[in-house]
Design a protein around this ligand. Sequence first.
Ligand code: HEM
Length: 501
Amino acid sequence: MFLDISSPLVSAIIAVILGIYYWYWHRDIPDGPRGLPLLGYAPFFGPNPQHKFLKFKEKYGKIFSMYMGTQLTIVLNDYSAVKEAFITQGEIFSGRAAGFVFEYISRGKDGKIHGFFLDSGEKVKKARRFILQTFRDLGMGKDRMQNCILEEAETLIEIFRANAGKPFDPLPTFNASVANVICGMSWGRRYSHDDKRFQKVLSGFKVIPDLLSQASPLLGFPFLRFIPGTMKNKWDTALRAVRFNQNFTREVVLEHIQEKHEGEPRDFVDTFVNQQRAEEAVKIKTKEDKVYEMEELQQDLGTFFGAGVETTSTSLYWAILYMAHFPEIQKRVQREITENTPAGFPVKVEDRSKLPYVEAVIREIQRCANVTPFGILRCNLEETTLFGYRIPKKSTIMVNYLALNQDPTLWDEPEKFKPERFLNKEGKIHEPPYFMPFSVGKRACIGESLARMEIFLFSANILKNFDILPCPSSPLPSLDEYTTGISCRPTYYKIQLSARN
Ligand code: HEM
């Protein structure tokens, strides 16, 4: 006998069962804005959802829930919430919410997901230990990495000098310089900014971030990539760029390995290959624990590019815009550099302790620009509670960093640009724990030291050599104008550079 679902009684029973299931699934989870069935709240995000989320703090408190498509998402909307989740319950919240796009581009030719980025547990711990140790050995904060960045800074300054006195957009130069630092660290090579293949790799960074945006409709609705229109065009273009960049990395890594370098590792690939050989020699690989495989290396290098280029070059792009907007602060930065570093030589890492104001200005730019507005999505590996609310296993976890960076209970006049807030009474750098542009906990940014070093060396050397002026023919965009993708990027602008003696 079949149930007749058109009968009112059967429909009512189904509705009650679904209702009970819905209630049971949602019991005790944080409250939040209602969205649409299947679409969730995503259609209401608007262009800069971080502001909307910040307003929700008044209504829902330090955490709220919403659906992005059909995925339950918990938004941490306050410092204490991030601290509780990422530090106190660090292990539980150490998963990565993969999302359709990241998963798609992380699949190798064998159809499996590779690299540590989307994984969790022992494999991630092992990979992160190896990467952090290798970065340290390669000289994060020491000579080798510094030389690589300073070589790049020299090229950047030549390009800036050639463009002095005319309208100039520094973003393409930042992208090339920052990408070159990652190439140098990864396989020991830098490229001319005009190199055709390198240019093509960089052009990918114009289209890929859009696709990876935490607010991309593709996260909830992967089928949109098949429907002719804007989304399909964006998807096709970005995917072509991803594949080109993956092939480029594959080729250069293979070339590098074929050199069969013996002795001290020169870069990340050398260290990785040595480790791979060592593990093969003692046969300690297990099926679940494959960290030192070629597919893993490819994917990890792709992650360094994906996570390290857009973020760092956007931070530099903001830095120049802030300096053009605040000429008095720019002058004070230049005065500090001139008085404390030898004329005719580049600013170096060793000068950092003599340049606290420069360091404070960089931090204030990071706070105000809020470059990674939602970090990178995480998930909780098991069910848990946060402030008495139930957080079901594998909920997507998003941080609204605007809520930390603009919290008036943490910062005095948070809406103002005041670099001194990062200096203590003795004039030394003071960084409060709620300032976390690189996030915190078990999945915090792995490239933090490298990024800090790059931002310091590039911006201090630019300001040592140039005055940054608004461009008479093209007005500066306001600091409140930006687009939110995976990062917050200012509206494109041009400045005018004037060489200093
Ligand atoms: C100003 C520049 C940068 C900013 C603001 C930034 C910020 C972040 C943030 C917020 C996260 C998410 C962490 C979390 O889930 O809690 C992250 C992750 C990550 N970042 Fe950065 N980052 C920067 C530069 C770099 C650079 C230069 C690299 C180069 C290696 C890098 C590599 C990574 C990687 C690999 C991850 C993922 C770590 C994991 O999944 O365990 N980042 N970054």
